[in-house]
Ligand binder design. Structure first.
Ligand code: HSE
Length: 298
C-alpha cells in the first residue's frame, strides 16, 4: 500500500494569475493499493465519489494507461482536510495524490518532471499542481506542454491567515467571468507586481506585499462572486495584514501576516462576525517547504 500526503495550495497570490502558487501546511492524505475495481471510502465525514469518476481513482487509472500497464482497480482511503472548491487546491491535491500514488505502485516509472507536466496538463494550469508537488513558493510557466518552474522557500517570518467562506466557488465559474483580453497597462500592472511578489516573499520584504498582491486581471471580476469578500479584505488590512488576495479562484480570501501576530486569527474571526460576515472559518497556516510525500509499505 502507498500513502500520499499532499499539501493545500494557494495560487495566484493576487498578481501572479496562473503563474504563482505556494504550498500550505494543510493536507489531504490518500492511501492506495491495487484492487479489483474501485473500493473507495472517505476516512472523515467528507463525502467523496465512490465510483470510477472519483478524481484520485480516475487520475491513477490514467497514469497506468500512459505507462502501458493494465489497470484492474484500486482500493482508496482518503482523508480530506483541504476544503473543496474554496481556492485551496483540493482538486490539485486529488490529481497529485492519484498520480504520485499510482506512480509509486508501479515502481516509479515517471520522474517528478513528467508527473508535473502530466498534472498541469490534466489541471489546465500549473499554479496549484506545481507547489503541491514541489512545495514552497513556485513560479511557473507552461510552454508546449512542459512546465518550467522554480520553487523557493518562503521567508520564515511570513504566515498566512485563510478566511474560508461556507460557500464553494467552482473554478470553472470563477474563470468564466474573466475577460478574454486585457489592456497593456493592466498586463504591465500585474507583471511588475508578480515579479515583486516572488522576490518579496522569498526575502521576507513584507512591506512590499500590499503592492505586490495588487491585481487587475482576475480579482476585480471575481470579488462580486464571493459574498463578504470586500469586508474580509478591509478587515484583514485594518488588522495589519501585509497583503490580502483571493486564494486561487476563490472563495477563500488569504491574508499574509507577520509570524508574530499570534492572535490574528481570533481577531479576524471576531471582526468578520461583527461586520456581518457569518459562516466563515479562519485558519492560520504556514508555507509547506517540501510538497507531496509518498510512503510505500508492504
Ligand atoms: N490560476 C487559477 C485561477 C487557479 O485563478 O483560475 C485556480 O485553479
Amino acid at each position: 500500500m502507498v500513502t500520499v500526503k499532499v499539501p493545500a495550495t494557494s495560487a495566484n497570490l493576487g498578481s501572479g494569475f496562473d503563474a504563482l502558487g505556494l504550498a500550505l501546511t494543510l493536507y489531504n492524505t490518500v492511501q492506495m493499493e491495487e484492487w479489483d475495481g474501485p473500493d473507495i471510502a472517505s476516512l472523515d465525514d467528507v463525502e467523496v465519489p465512490s465510483g470510477p469518476d472519483n478524481l484520485i481513482y480516475a487520475t491513477a487509472g490514467r497514469l497506468y494507461e500512459i505507462c502501458g500497464r493494465p489497470f484492474r482497480g484500486l482500493r482508496i482511503r482518503q482523508k480530506n482536510d483541504i476544503p473543496m472548491a474554496r481556492g485551496l487546491g483540493s482538486s490539485s491535491a486529488c490529481l497529485v495524490g492519484g498520480l504520485l500514488g499510482a506512480n509509486a505502485l508501479l515502481g516509479n516509472p515517471l520522474r517528478t518532471e513528467d508527473l508535473l507536466n502530466l498534472a498541469a496538463a490534466l489541471e489546465g494550469h500549473p499554479d496549484n499542481v506545481a507547489p503541491a508537488i514541489l512545495g514552497g513558493l513556485v513560479t511557473c510557466a507552461m510552454e508546449e506542454g512542459k512546465v518550467y518552474s522554480v520553487s523557493v522557500p518562503v521567508a520564515p517570518n511570513v504566515h498566512f491567515a485563510a478566511m474560508i467562506p461556507e460557500t464553494p466557488l467552482p473554478t470553472s465559474h470563477a474563470r468564466s467571468v474573466l475577460p478574454e483580453s486585457v489592456s497593456r497597462s493592466d498586463a504591465v500592472y500585474n507583471l511588475s507586481r508578480a515579479a515583486l511578489m516572488t522576490s518579496s516573499l522569498f526575502s521576507g520584504s513584507l512591506e512590499n506585499l500590499r503592492v505586490a498582491t495588487g491585481d487587475r486581471l482576475h480579482q476585480p471580476y471575481r470579488m462580486g462572486l464571493i459574498r463578504g469578500a470586500d469586508a474580509a479584505f478591509r478587515i484583514a488590512r485594518e488588522l495589519g495584514a501585509y497583503g490580502v488576495y483571493i486564494s486561487g479562484a476563490g472563495s477563500t480570501i488569504m491574508a499574509i501576516i507577520d509570524k508574530e501576530k499570534a492572535d490574528f486569527a481570533e481577531r479576524l474571526r471576531h471582526q468578520l462576525m461583527m461586520n456581518g460576515v457569518f459562516g466563515w472559518s479562519v485558519r492560520l497556516l504556514e508555507s509547506d517547504p517540501a510538497g507531496a510525500s509518498v510512503r510505500l509499505e508492504g
